[in-house]
Ligand binder design. Sequence first.
Ligand SMILES: *Cc1c(COP(=O)(O)O)cnc(C)c1O
Length: 391
Amino acid sequence: MIPSVLPTYARAPLSFESGEGSWLTTTDGRRFLDLGAGIAVNALGHAHPALVAALTGQANKLWHVSNLYEIPGQKALADKLVAATFADTVFFTNSGTEALELSVKMVRKYWYEKGQPERIEIITFEGSFHGRSTAAIAASGSEKMVKGFGPLMPGFTHLPFGDMEALKAALSDKTAAVLIEPVQGEGGIRPLPDADLRAMRALCDEAGALLVLDEVQCGMGRTGKLFAHEWAGVTPDIMMVAKGIGGGFPLGAVLATESAAGGMVVGTHGSTYGGNPLGCAVGGAVMDIVSDPDFLAGVNRKASHLRQGLEGLVAIHPDIFEDVRGVGLMLGLKCKPTNTDLVKAGYDQHVLTVPAADNVVRLLPALTISDDDISTAIEKLDAAAAQVKGA
Ligand SMILES: *Cc1c(COP(=O)(O)O)cnc(C)c1O
């Protein structure tokens, strides 16, 4: 008999009842160190007092009114994002997938308004992940995600990740946009070198194509800058944000320049829930904390502490770990045994990690993780590696 919950997830047999900072407690009272943060969502850890105050404060006043009316909290959050980034304008969604959907629509409408409606080709990269909607699976093109769900939405060309020669060859006057994650998350914590992102920007400018960045996983302070593309010193035309921006409340956003967003006039897009008062109250509190340069300096300091510990593990366990990869607190351990064996051994050691493609174990801790907890993380990962070796 089919379970009451559609069985599309391979869940670990763990149920959590409460959380505080980087720690989660199960329904039977066991404590786990959380290095997954709900897949890079709980950017400020669990039950952060400022987020609890923002959510409960708003909950006592007003939850939802719809976008038929002005929403002051939505405008306040948009103003913060515009002030802190390349963007001139923001649309709020409830997820990263919805941010992908709008990004594709925005690109197509841009060229339609320019009198080139046939210019629909969006170049994307192998190993990418942009969500699970029909457009998003077509964008990533991964065999695993698209099989059985055809016909796929046309208009996407897939190139090897980071292959700049292939990109040069593929760009033409049919290219509407290039879409890329500056650091691939699901694909195995694969950062695009800064020089390549700069070259990509220049190539897009030459071809007249828009550059769309998916910072759903690598954005919101995760890499030690507010957004990952800041490391390269270039800006996109459109950017997808989600995960960390709501700190655990479902919230996403598309940020765009005035020019890229030019086609999106009244009636061209909408969302019932997107940007509702609850989500934007929490998002505003997250932004206030994460956009502070002192906070980001702390992320970079914690990141080098964690990275140093992980490099140590690779040195002690050369038969288990191949290398450490990633930027900031978006790190991956490339494994020699199956990555899920490490994740499962982690459960025995009461530490939570997240598997990714390319046989990588992902570490996406809360950006607020303490130095003590980083040391504990290394001890637990060391024990997990020893356990896998002994098995
Ligand atoms: C998670 C993710 C998405 C999809 O976000 P959802 O909120 O699950 O719809 C899109 N792009 C990237 C890079 C992601 O990591």
